[in-house]
Design a protein around this ligand. Structure first.
Ligand code: SP5
Ligand code: ZN
Length: 344
């Protein structure tokens, strides 16, 4: 399968994240992409750099002031103190209920909070370069589908599905899947289906398309009553305005088995078939794997082959975008299983 990879991913390498008040090594790290690249290369897939500049698309799915902030964030951080080069910025204050988000504070950390949903999106010197390259890959994947390719994989990081119109979150900065969906729409696909199979609800993607009927969002994920991102992903979120009925959330209890998960997949695919989509974008989180360190679903490597097979049966031009998956050493194999199943 044609696969886009980005060397810039290695430049997004924040050392630590927070966990229970302590700093711990960041789970979303460059080794993830390396494991995926190595496995796909070993399976004979063609690895290519992106060919499309996603800049015009970014402005269609994210707010200009958020993109400006993200592009300049590291330089602003350094401008506070040259010694910050060895440190990591984290937000410490957020504009929650009753507080104003329309006026941008001048203070850098205050703006970091304004543009964040959590403190779980550590940044580094190369975060913008890496995130932009991943978005370029998503745009390139869409272009390849529009040119007649059957399926494309983006073996990219950082992931994107928690990033909303104007905020980062959950290791995500730019919503790559949304970029791919928008690029497909711009290129002539009248209807696009976006299926999110990451363990965590794709709150950012849902938010971006919530009032749109042209992009159907369907997601299978851990019940937000107990699982991150907690504040979105319930079954009663069905879309709004023109988008009413074009958002399908299938939350499953923590610990769900593969049997339960594949029942939900059938439900999602039935809705997608009814949408009459011209193309499918899959937010491919592999943190549904039983061995994932932060998730609880029970899928095994063979289940990823089955997932690939079942998605191929949908019969749509398909762009796979890597999202989460933190059992890094098994990530490459699990990704390769999806591609192998799809092509079998
Ligand atoms: C794209 C994606 O899968 N994002 C998931 C974000 C989940 N963030 C909350 C969990 C953070 C736990 N990290 C602490 C690791 C301790 N070993
Ligand atoms: Zn996830």
């Amino acid at each position: 399968m044609l696969t886009f990879v980005t060397p810039e991913q290695a430049l997004h390498a924040p050392a630590d994240e927070f966990f229970r008040g302590q700093r711990v090594p960041c789970l979303e790290n460059p080794t993830r992409a390396r494991f995926v690249e190595d496995a796909l290369r070993a399976h004979g897939h063609a690895l290519r750099p992106p060919t499309v500049d996603s800049a015009p698309l970014l402005a269609q799915v994210h707010a200009p002031r958020y993109l400006d902030f993200l592009r300049g964030a590291w330089d602003e951080w350094l401008a506070l103190d040259a010694a910050n080069a060895q440190l990591q910025p984290f937000p410490s204050v957020w504009p929650v209920r009753t507080l104003r988000s329309d006026v941008e504070p001048a203070n850098f950390v205050a703006r970091l909070g304004l543009y964040s949903m959590d403190n779980g999106s550590p940044m580094a010197a190369g975060t913008w370069s890496a995130a932009k390259a991943a978005a370029d890959a998503a745009a390139s994947a869409a272009q390849a589908l529009l040119a007649g390719e059957r399926a494309v994989f983006c073996a990219t990081r950082p992931p994107g599905h928690h990033a909303g119109p104007d905020f980062m979150g959950g290791y995500c900065f730019i919503n790559n899947a949304a970029v791919a969906a928008q690029a497909l729409r711009n290129g002539g696909a009248a209807r696009v289906a976006l299926l999110d199979v990451d363990y965590h609800h794709g709150n950012g993607t849902q938010a971006i398309f919530y009032e749109r009927a042209d992009v159907l969002f369907a997601s299978i994920h851990g019940d937000p009553r107990t699982e991150y991102p907690f504040y979105l992903g319930h079954a009663d979120e069905t879309g709004a305005g023109a988008g009413q009925g074009f958002n399908l959330n299938l939350p499953l209890p923590a610990g769900s088995t593969a049997a339960v998960w594949f029942d939900a997949l059938e439900h999602a695919l039935a809705r997608i078939a009814r949408h009459g989509a011209d193309a499918l974008v899959v937010s491919l989180g592999l943190d549904t794997f039983a061995g994932d360190p932060i998730s609880t679903f029970q899928l095994q490597a063979d289940d990823f082959t089955r997932l690939g097979q079942r998605l191929a049966q949908a019969g749509l031009p398909t762009a796979f975008i890597l999202e989460g998956g933190y059992a890094a050493a098994e990530l490459g194999h699990n990704a390769a299983q999806v591609l192998q199943g799809f092509e079998s």
